[in-house]
Design a protein around this ligand. Structure first.
Ligand code: ASP
Length: 450
């Protein structure tokens, strides 16, 4: 950040608050949202999702919009899903006691659907209408993302957005509502991020506005150290680094949208995951560097895993002297369009771990090609292997972490099929048979947390 920006930021710090679909699903939820915003004057940039599910049997407004678009594009009747959407928005308006304003927008949208719009345009209307309602109710300024959020051909935010959106959010005395999920493409057409993309919009707004914090309000009180479906009552994480989150979410821990971290990480804006239904809970902070108290209290950030991998192991005597051996092995994968996840090696053997779905229906032909190309002494194929990542920035500096992991696995009677520690020393990855996966995860978690 340049000095002028730093000085302004210090004078009037701003927080971007993104509210997810469940936080905006009903008038009752919106009252909680308002109380949260009004509790802190720094909460001046609000990024809403479309209304989500009110209960498990309900349908998200975005899903209804895709249904409308699909029916309209087949020249079929879309009045039933449109009526549901209308009911959702008008009920919120009515229950909040607002001046009716949304009906007219919905009628225009019905005509637009009938005359033909893109799927992205139709889907974006959930956030658009949600933003209009919220801006009117909070007496905030509505910012149209189709004018100032540019989405590239790769579906990611285009840096042209920073000055454009930054200029729209310049007045630090005002409150703004910037709908999530959409922007425009290079030719000016409405374009959405991928599903769940309001998380990305929140990060984009935080970056463009030089915010001091990005609060992501959802329906859980932060992130947990392990998957609660496997580990009973896992501990919440108070603080975690961007790098740790990247490792944990790669291994299946569902956190923020994958593309939401980059815009804020690049400029060091911290993220705070909070719960709209439990606003006093501090949630989880995602930061560049852990604070000293957190470093002392946990040796690891968390454990996560996935049971969806396969492994090919190639053994060949004097492999270490054969120049280009691994290059040729990875060449076979490249030639078949298969990305690999890990490649642990020994002196005379090397394994590649891939997502099992890439191998469906072509294991035999791939193994044949490996045999022809590399003439191995042994070739082993393991169709299912589960990987568990033990993640923590402090691992590199703390002796005894590996001993704890492998001691716990031995005590649980789990056979370790693979070990991989990245050069970053941010994680240790162990591979186990799928039937040992849950026991392995539980034993590692209890070794560190008790
Ligand atoms: N409403 C969009 C979706 O359902 C985006 C979001 O909620 O983040 O995917």
């Amino acid at each position: 950040m340049d000095q002028a920006v730093v000085a302004r930021e210090a004078a009037v710090p701003r927080i971007v608050c993104k509210f997810g679909g469940s936080s905006l699903a009903s008038a009752e939820q919106l009252l909680k949202v308002r109380a949260i915003i009004e509790a802190d004057p720094r909460r001046s940039i609000i990024v809403p999702s479309a209304p989500g599910k009110r209960d498990p049997a309900d349908t998200k407004v975005t899903d209804l919009l895709y249904l409308c678009h699909h029916a309209a594009s087949m020249n079929s009747d879309f009045s039933a899903p449109l009526a549901q959407i209308t009911e959702r928005f008008t009920a919120i308006e009515r229950e909040l006691g607002m001046q009716p304003m949304i009906q007219g927008h919905l009628e225009r949208f019905r005509d637009q659907l009938a005359s033909g719009v893109s799927a992205d345009f139709a889907a974006s209307r959930g956030e658009h209408f949600s933003g209009l309602l919220l801006a009117a109710w909070l007496e905030a300024e509505f910012v149209e993302p189709a004018e100032c959020v540019v989405i590239g051909a790769n579906g990611l935010v285009d840096p042209a957005t920073w000055p454009l959106l930054g200029a729209r959010l310049e007045d630090r005395a005002r409150r703004y509502v910037v709908p999530g999920f959409y922007g425009r493409d290079a030719s000016g057409e409405v374009r959405t991020f991928s599903r769940g993309g309001s998380d990305v919009s929140g990060a984009v707004a935080a970056r463009a506005a030089h915010a001091s914090l990005y609060e992501n309000w959802t329906d859980v009180s932060g992130l947990l150290m392990a998957d609660p479906r496997i580990v009973p009552n896992p501990r919440p994480m108070a603080e975690v680094t961007y790098a740790e989150i990247r490792e944990l979410s790669y291994m299946g821990a569902s956190v923020l949208h994958e593309e939401a971290m980059a815009p804020v990480r690049e400029v060091g804006i911290p993220v705070n995951i909070r719960n709209t239904n439990e606003p006093d809970h501090p949630g989880t902070r995602i930061v560049a560097e852990l604070s000293p108290e957190v470093i002392q209290s946990t040796q690891i950030a968390g454990v996560a895993g996935k049971a969806s991998f396969a492994m090919i192991t190639i053994g060949k005597h004097l492999m270490n002297r054969e120049v280009g051996f691994v290059y040729r092995l990875l060449g076979v994968l490249e030639h078949n369009g298969i990305p690999f996840e890990h490649c642990p090696s020994a002196i005379d053997s090397v394994s590649v771990v891939v997502e099992a779905r890439w191998l469906e229906g072509r294991v035999d032909s791939l193994l044949d090609e490996i045999r022809r190309t590399l003439e191995p002494d042994e070739l082993e194929f393991v169709p299912n292997i589960a990987l568990i990542a033990i993640v923590g920035e402090e691992m590199a500096r703390t002796p005894g972490i590996a001993a704890k992991v492998f001691g716990a696995l031995a005590a649980a009677g789990v056979n370790v099929r693979l070990i991989n520690q990245g050069a970053s020393e941010l994680n240790i990855i162990v591979g186990v048979a799928p039937e040992d996966y849950a026991a392995a995860l539980r034993s590692i978690y209890s070794a560190f947390v008790g």
